[in-house]
Design a protein around this ligand. Sequence first.
Ligand code: MG
Length: 403
Amino acid sequence: MRVSLIVAAGGTGSRFLKTLHKHDGAKSGRQENKLFAPLEGVPVLLRSLRVFSDLPEVEEIICALPGALKGIVEAWKRREGLKKLRCVSGGRSRAESVYLASKRLKAHNDWVMIHDGARPLIAPEILKMFLKKSQSLKGSGFILGRAVVPTLKKLRPGSDQILETVDRRELVEAETPQLFRKKKLCDSYALLPHAERFLHTDEAALLEKCGETVSVIKHEGWNPKMTTVHDLKLAEAYVQMTEGLSWRIGMGSDTHRLAAKRKFCLGGIRLPAAFGPVGHSDGDALLHALTDAIAGALGWGDIGDFFSDQNPQFKNIRSAKMLSQVLAQAAHAGWKPAQADTIIHLDCPKMGPLKIKIQKKIAALLSLPDSSVGVKAKTFEGLMPAGSERVECQAVVVMRRMS
Ligand code: MG
């Protein structure tokens, strides 16, 4: 089965904007498009595109969206390697956007699938079930739907008086994706006069109007449409529950004995001293504590699990290099530092203005603004006996999931 996918992302999201303004206070006036609103750090539309990009049955993805926003989606395409994706300008309505996108399909597939970009939580298992089941049924099209759960009342025309209670067993809530035989979809567009071509609220209605048979494939999962800002908040809680937290905190600590004739590396800079830390590496206790904190935040053990002091390969290794390697691994797993705080315990040399130098160095190493890095210095208050001079450091790091 080979499918061309159209993702409808052309809407202005007026209901979303209305609730956003209410939520944020009337003064905010932010002109945000719901499809680009972050859902646990990842834009709603990008989440929708990711799910389908991984489906082997999908050969091409045409995303219909306002021309002014095409650049953002093109950038996602490059960054995420979404090879199947192409962007086209949408129309004045969702229906017209899908129609325009259908004219730009390139692959010679028998099937066209349509999905609302505002349904980012569609589960891959449900998609697989939907496609598999569609192939065992006859008809011109299939839509994903859910049984209606609430009790529904029909009102007397023009009043709030109940006329009857609707039999919900006959009702289904229509969702996307919707899957159609390409020929039937194109024939339906051609059959209707232009004025009636874009009146439907989903493409199943278009085919129904043209006398085609469309069936519902029911599911019991959760595939909500992000219509109001409250939907987004609820979806965020759901993603946190299913994907885990998007923030992690790690702590690290390190101590090195000080000895004469060693270079004193601390926080990635060289301190003016005739002595320095003893260690297998350059002995930078502050960077070691930071590296431990990052590894700890992600449940990766400690620096020794990455760079064993038994391995001659790491003899005299620069601590900044170890930190950057752990950071690169964190980035690969989708995490980056958001903030760090550190404490240095050292009697001599006095830290004074060196603190700012270290703060700037750490900020640069972690790709953070200076204001997101704390460096505090303490002495041992004369409690350290002669011969046991040392440097001790503690670090706390907050890691954030990247979009
Ligand atoms: Mg160390």
